[in-house]
Design a protein around this ligand. Structure first.
Ligand code: 6PG
Length: 243
C-alpha cells in the first residue's frame, strides 16, 4: 500500500504551482504514476474522445512505460508526442522514442500515425521546424510527463540556455550545446510544455536531491519554468523531500 506525503507550495520565483507527492519506494511511485496516466486518459477520452500525451525521455520513466504495456485500455484513442529528442540516428538505442517503443509502444495497438516522433535524424534545426508543424495540430495536451536532471533541467531545457518561456516563444527549440550528451537535441519549449491540462514530473534517485532543494527554494531552474494553468504534480521519492 503506497502512502504518500502530499504537500503543496507556490514556487517563489514564478507562477508555477507545485504539488509534491512523496512515495516511500520507487515502485510505489511508478505504480501511482501509471495509475495517474491511465486516469488522465480515461478522463480525456470520456470528454473528448481522444488522449494526447507528451512522453519524457531519460531512464526514469522506463518502468512506468513497461507497466503501461500490461494495461487494458482503448489504445486507438491515444496520441503520443515527445517532450524532447536526442539528435541520433533513427534506430539508435539512446533515442528517447526508441526507449518508449521498446518498453511500451511496440507492444500495444496505438496506430503508428498517432505516434509523433521528433525526426532528429534530420538535424536539430530541421527537426525543430518539422515538429513545430506537428504540434500546431494540437492546441492543448491532456498530459505532459517530464523528468528532472541533476542540474534542474527538464526535457532538453538546460540552465544558462534559452528555455522558450516567453508568451511569444515558438513551440520547439533546437539545442546545439547541451551539457548532457548528445549535445544536439530538439526540445519543446517551456511555453509549449505548459499548454497542458495536467503535468507530472517523475523524479527518483539521490542524485536529484540538490535539484529538488533548489526547486523548492524557488531557484530559477528550468523545471520551475514549466507553469501550466492547473499547476504541476511532482511524483518523487519521499526521501528527496527530507532535507
Ligand atoms: C533526456 C531527457 C532528460 C531526462 C532527464 C532525467 O533526453 O535525457 O529528456 O530531460 O528526462 O535528464 O534523466 P533520467 O530519468 O535518466 O535521470
Amino acid at each position: 500500500m503506497s502512502s504518500k506525503i502530499n504537500t503543496s507550495q507556490l514556487n517563489n520565483n514564478s507562477r508555477q504551482q507545485c504539488r509534491w507527492h512523496g512515495y516511500p519506494t520507487i515502485s510505489s511511485l511508478e505504480f501511482a504514476a501509471t495509475q495517474a496516466i491511465l486516469n488522465a486518459s480515461q478522463q480525456a477520452v470520456s470528454q473528448n474522445g481522444e488522449f494526447h500525451i507528451v512522453l519524457a525521455g531519460g531512464s526514469t520513466p522506463r518502468r512506468v512505460y513497461e507497466l503501461l504495456r500490461t494495461k487494458v485500455t482503448d489504445w486507438s484513442k491515444w496520441h503520443i508526442y515527445f517532450g524532447d529528442e536526442r539528435c541520433l540516428p533513427a534506430d539508435h538505442p539512446e533515442r528517447n522514442n526508441r526507449m518508449a517503443a521498446e518498453a511500451w509502444l511496440d507492444h500495444v495497438s496505438i496506430p503508428a500515425s498517432q505516434i509523433h516522433i521528433i525526426p532528429t535524424e534530420q538535424g536539430a534545426a530541421a527537426a525543430a521546424s518539422t515538429y513545430a508543424q506537428t504540434l500546431s495540430k494540437v492546441e492543448v495536451f491532456d498530459l505532459v510527463i517530464l523528468g528532472l536532471g541533476e542540474d534542474g533541467h527538464t526535457a532538453s531545457l538546460f540552465p544558462d540556455h534559452d528555455w522558450g518561456a516567453s508568451p511569444n516563444s515558438l513551440s520547439t527549440l533546437a539545442v546545439f550545446d547541451a551539457p548532457k550528451p548528445p549535445s544536439e537535441r530538439v526540445s519543446l519549449t517551456a511555453r509549449r510544455l505548459s499548454q497542458t491540462r495536467q503535468l507530472i514530473f517523475l523524479v527518483s534517485g539521490s542524485t536529484k536531491r540538490q535539484a529538488i532543494i533548489d526547486w523548492r527554494n524557488g531557484q530559477a531552474i528550468p523545471a520551475a519554468a514549466i507553469s501550466p494553468d492547473n499547476g504541476v504534480d511532482v511524483y518523487l521519492e519521499e526521501q528527496l523531500l527530507q532535507t
